[in-house]
Design a protein. Sequence first.
Length: 364
Amino acid sequence: MFTDAFNRFFFRLFPLPKILSAPSFGLDISDESLKFIELTATKDGIRVGRHGERAIPLGVIESGKIKDPKKMEEILSALRKEEGVKSVRVSLPEEQVYLFQLRLEKTGLKHIREGIELALEERVPIPASEAIFDYDLVDEDAQSLEVQVATIPKNVIENYLLIFKHSQMRVQSFELEAQAISRAVVKKGDLETYMIVDFGKKRTGIFIVSRGIVMFTSTLDVGGVMLTNMIQKSFKISFEEAEKMKQQYGLQRNVVNKEIFAVLLNSVSILRDEIAKHFLYWHTHKDEENQNNPSIKKIILCGGDSNLIGLADYISVSMKTPVKMANVWTNILSTENYIPEVNFKQALSFATALGLALGDFNKN
């Protein structure tokens, strides 16, 4: 049903006609919503066009798997009709993707893909015949190659392609969410190692990017909604009131905020512990060549709830590592010359969609 070309490019970009004026749409799909954003090249540089968010009802998508195709087709068809979106770059659900490093000896190796395929079933819990994979070259010497491999079940891709086909929308590419985010928040050409924490409404993605390649991903069921629910339950107030309190006080530790701080700390400490676990693992385990991994230079925060007051400082102090809020415009535009319609908080939640759309302008 699917060609080898699709196999090769599931998380690379399909080649496109080089028409600078053609807009690029990034579409970020999660269990609870889809976010879309358009980037267009103009004589003054890249500009932001149509953008927005659509809710996805509970149960339509679960852990990245489409459970209600008809409802999802309705949502996508409405997006096409209302916004005129016909061609999109789409993020793949991290929960369904397997990443691993592999060292391949050059002796007797005719094709890299064949070498990976032989090793696939030892590394991932799905048969090679049921998997789609792609790779990035990490290192090479006279005797061997080191590759970073991303694998996803074929049926996950097939289901996504089918709903887009029925919705009359063309998929230009599928890409790892982590790769799209790193394209948006790490300066092009920067080969340092970063941990990216995507703190969303209901889940948090933790990624490690080194030399421009996603080396590790993990997903945690902790997000901004959990923090709001904790405040709501503790103070017996409405969800809306709890959300306001969270935004107003955050993790400020003072007399006025003492009770809210204590409530939030219970949930945020889970996130901190998960970050610390992966941070420690990265720095204490060897790579395929039995070499130390490069040190993580800093932690970058993005996602709709990442601008919680005090969160960056709390993680920085706990981890003894620099933490900064992401600049999702770093590879797109200078805010000194152009102020996009998407405000700072919105932009943090659009990191994936922006990174996807940026693929047309910033190949990596």
